[in-house]
Design a protein around this ligand. Sequence first.
Ligand SMILES: [Zn+2]
Length: 285
Amino acid sequence: MKTKIQWLSLFGFLFLAANCSAFDLRQSLKDKLKVDVPQVNPKLTEAVSVAKEVRGPDETEEIAIGRQISGNLLGAAPLVKDAKLQKYVNQVGAWVASQSERPDLPWHFGVIQSDDVNAFAAPGGYIFVTLGLYRLLQNEADLAGVLGHEVGHVIRKHHLKILQQSQLVEAGSNILSRQVGNDKLQNLIGSGAEIVARGLDKDAEFEADRIGVVLATRAGYDAYGLPGVLQQIGHFAAADNSVALLFKTHPLPDDRLNKLDSAMGERFDSIKGQTLEKRFYRVKK
Ligand SMILES: [Zn+2]
């Protein structure tokens, strides 16, 4: 229990310090890990730290990593200064995420200031949609589908798994060069923002599309929100700058629509979900 409270206070502090560049996350985690892993002898510590990498970060670490990555992303593109918009997106997002198998993550949703059409998910439940993508949405079901796709990445730990792989590779080379240090977590976080922006393999994207449709439908929305958005994105010319990164990091919208179509079949046709067009929060032009 004491450990739990220590963790809670540490991450309460991290939350406050997320935007403070002077705050040393690595040192903080290192200090904490020292408490959890008594340094009886160096070989034992090394074994514990290697085992930890094989197992992967626990949920608290996952959230801390995601928070740090989000800080990096927000440094590049800050949140849109519209408190009503941010509150609305958080309400819809939290409701969609509550339909997933990880309802208890501290989910955060935001719209970031960028004319690009894109969305990002960082481990631990941090999800961002660009203003360019938000402007394409017609109703709340569209938003729920888009957020559901990103929630899918988080619950399946798509980015976290890549981070872990890179960490493993790094740990392997460190062991070979006899430099097993405490810098692994820092390296993991450093490459995180790049991995989140770089994109995943196609299967992870198709899986997130399927999860997005299922979560939005479970939440009571029209199942065709996400497919509708993909259709709209498909109308952009590939040469259009605003979709360049999205097209580079995701399968083409037509491929995603075809995969979704065969996964959905006719099973969603009889479900009467809502689009909630009137409730949808529209941003000023
Ligand atoms: Zn995706």
